[in-house]
Design a protein around this ligand. Sequence first.
Ligand SMILES: NC(=O)c1ccc[n+]([C@@H]2O[C@H](COP(=O)([O-])OP(=O)(O)OC[C@H]3O[C@@H](n4cnc5c(N)ncnc54)[C@H](OP(=O)(O)O)[C@@H]3O)[C@@H](O)[C@H]2O)c1
Length: 228
Amino acid sequence: MKIAIVGTGMVGQTIASKLEELGHEVYMGTRNANETKSRTDVNQMTGKSFSDWHSENKGISVVNFSDLPSDCDVYFNATHGANSIDALNMVGDKLNGRILVDVANPLDFSNGMPPSLFVCNTDSLGEQIQRTFPEAHVVKSFNTMNCYLMVNPSLVQGDHNVFVSGNDESAKNTFTSLLKDIGWGENQILDLGDITSARATEMMLPIWLQLWGKHGHANFNFNINAAN
Ligand SMILES: NC(=O)c1ccc[n+]([C@@H]2O[C@H](COP(=O)([O-])OP(=O)(O)OC[C@H]3O[C@@H](n4cnc5c(N)ncnc54)[C@H](OP(=O)(O)O)[C@@H]3O)[C@@H](O)[C@H]2O)c1
C-alpha cells in the first residue's frame, strides 16, 4: 500500500519504519521538510536525532505536510494532539475519501506532569478530527499503548488488546488487515464501534500514565477478559 505518516516524532518514526519493512511505500509529512531532515537534536525517548533516524530509513520520503501524495491508501495522524488539526489542515483535502488512522492523544501539558485531557467525556480528539474532515474515514487506534508495542505486539506476553473505533466499516477492515500484517492476532483486535468510542480509549490515558510510572517502563498493555 501507499501510506503517509503525518508526524515525525517517535510514533511517526516507529510506524513508518515498520510499514516500510513490511514492503509498503511510505511517506512522512512535517512542517518544513528541509529543516526536519537536518535536525540533530536528540529525541529524549528514542536517543536518536531525526537526521540519524532518516539516514537509517532513506527509503522513506520526508516532505512538507502539503506535499504528501494525494493518492495514499492510508494516512496516519501521529502529531502532537493539540496541533493535530492544524497539521492535518496542512495536508488538506487530499484526506477526502481516504482512511485516516488517528493515533494521537489529547494531552494538555500546560500544567506540567501528569498531563490532563483537553477534550473528554462528551467529545474526543478522534471526533474533532472526523468533524473537521467529514469526508475522511477516521479510524482511532493504537493510542492506548506505547509505539514500540504498536508495531511489535510480542513485546508483551499473553493476551492483550488493540482497540479500533470508526464510522466506516471498510476503513476499519483495511486497518485491521494492516494490524494482522504487523502481527496482531484476530482475537486481540477489539472493534469498539463508531468514532464516539474514541472518547473511551482517549480517557484511558490517565490510567496508562499511572501504570507507566508504576512499572517504570512502557511495555504493558490492556487485556479485556469477557465472559461469553
Ligand atoms: N509516544 C508514544 O509511544 C505514544 C503512544 C500512543 C499515542 N501517542 C500519541 O502520538 C502522537 C505523536 O507522538 P510523538 O511523541 O511521536 O510526537 P509529538 O512530539 O507529540 O508530535 C510531533 C509532531 O507534531 C507536529 N507538530 C508539533 N507542533 C505543531 C504545530 N504547531 N503545527 C503542526 N504540527 C505540529 C510536529 O511537526 P514537525 O514534524 O514539523 O516538527 C511533529 O510531526 C501524540 O499525539 C501522542 O500523544 C504517543
